[in-house]
Design a protein around this ligand. Structure first.
Ligand code: PLP
Length: 419
């Protein structure tokens, strides 16, 4: 049996323990929802205040040049590239994950319409995040493709039919925390003439990602989850350099033009990834995202992604063990894979009755996780700022909420708009 003292000893040995100080975490809160909205880095408020008061207030329009505003989507993109196995000049930080997915999927369909006109199917997973499926549905309808939704074990067989133009997957499943083998599935897609589009929303900053190594074609991801860029932070888009000068940007705005300040009436796409920009970018939000990257980049001195991943697996292993030891007999089932190679940075438990109310009761106790319909309790474990003692506390609160039936209280059973 694991004890609280074991957890404290793990914290004392943790090479990443000092990184917690980079974040503002409210007293009495155990934050297990950094996979949905990362916490506030301590440096962000002052940095954004400076962007407002000095860069905007004093510099005014000159700051597009003098404060580097114009370069921000590329500069922040290069910093993200280092966390996903991409090269410099291959990533831009811009727009939302939904919008970027629209752009990259559209580009992939255009390439395939030329190279493989007989392939008219887009494959994805039924359990993919809904916005990804909605975007794909709309695009497929507009462009004369068919979207086929599969269970993971059907992917190989469907690809083998040779009808798929694109395999569009989310690397780590938002609901279950299950992680795909990106290199293997990309190779499989390529063998059957399909392009591979990956959504890294629950991967970037959380698990090792090697887009170039996997030879993936396109990727998108999120800035407000494990990158701690703040609510609604810009997302990002990546394209493999072999497609970089070929793809068509469906939202061909002036920021993606080769020379936006020539103000010519004809669109001429910028070389490479820059053509993925559409219009004027949110400078204040990009500045906050830059601070989120400062925080995660600080982990490099203590081992970077290898150290983060090691701790993330230790945190999720510990939570699984504690939930099974201390909450046994309360009807919880583990949804997240035990196999490390197939696990993201979260643990999901299911319970046929009361999953929503249990999460509400935990939140009332300061343990913030979330509920995902219909029956999932989701706990994100972010190695940048969580302690092993936090995992202990979370499991203890879960045990108490279940043991005393506290979750049955009416206030925990009222549904809120955002779960
Ligand atoms: C969080 C998430 C999104 C979010 O998309 P937005 O456009 O930022 O709302 C999209 N896809 C996946 C897989 C996600 O996990």
């Amino acid at each position: 049996m694991t004890t609280l003292n074991d957890c404290r000893a793990m914290d004392a040995d943790d090479p990443l323990r000092q990184l917690r100080d980079l974040f503002t975490l409210p007293e009495g809160v155990t934050y297990l929802d950094g996979n949905s909205l990362g916490p506030l880095p301590r440096a962000t408020a002052a940095r954004v205040a400076k962007a407002i008061e000095s860069e905007w207030g004093e510099g005014l329009i000159r700051s597009w040049n003098s404060a580097g505003w114009f370069e921000l989507p590329r500069r922040v993109g290069d910093r993200i590239a280092a966390w996903i196995g991409a090269g410099e000049g291959e990533v831009v930080a811009t727009d939302t994950t939904s919008i970027n997915l629209y752009k990259v999927l559209s580009a992939a369909l255009s390439i395939q319409a030329e190279d493989a006109p007989g392939k008219r199917v887009v494959l994805s997973e039924r359990s993919n995040f809904p916005t990804d499926l909605y975007i794909a549905q709309a695009l497929c309808e507009d462009r004369g493709f068919t979207l086929k939704l599969l269970e993971p074990e059907q992917i190989e067989g469907e690809l083998a039919k040779g009808e798929a133009a694109v395999l569009m997957l989310t690397h780590v499943n938002y609901r279950t925390g299950a992680m795909h083998d990106m290199a293997a599935l990309t190779a499989l897609a390529h063998r059957h003439g399909a392009l591979a589009v990956w959504d890294l929303a629950h991967s970037v900053g959380a698990v090792p990602v090697d887009l170039r190594g996997a030879q993936a074609d396109f990727a998108v991801g999120c800035g407000y989850k494990y990158l701690n860029g703040g609510p609604g932070a810009p997302a990002f888009a990546w394209v493999n350099s072999r497609h970089a000068d070929r793809f068509r940007q469906p939202l061909a705005g002036w920021w993606g033009h080769a020379a936006p300040f020539e103000f010519t009436p004809e669109y001429r796409p910028a070389p490479g990834i820059v053509r993925y920009l559409c219009g004027t970018q949110p400078v204040l939000s990009l500045t906050a995202l830059d601070c989120g990257l400062d925080a995660i980049d600080t982990s490099r001195a203590a081992g970077g992604m290898a150290a983060l991943r090691r701790k993330s697996l230790a945190l999720t292993d510990l939570f699984i063990a504690l939930a099974e030891e201390r909450c046994a007999g309360h009807g919880l089932s583990l949804v997240t894979p035990r196999d490390h190679a197939r696990r993201g940075s979260q643990v999901c438990l299911s319970r046929t009755e009361g999953a929503y109310a249990i999460v509400q009761a935990l939140i009332a106790r300061g343990v913030i996780g979330d509920f995902r319909a219909p029956d999932i309790l989701r706990f994100g474990f972010t190695p940048l700022y969580l302690r092993f003692e936090d995992v202990w506390n979370a499991a203890e609160h879960l045990r108490e909420v279940l043991q005393d039936g506290e979750w049955r209280r009416p206030e925990f059973n009222r549904q809120h708009a955002v779960t």
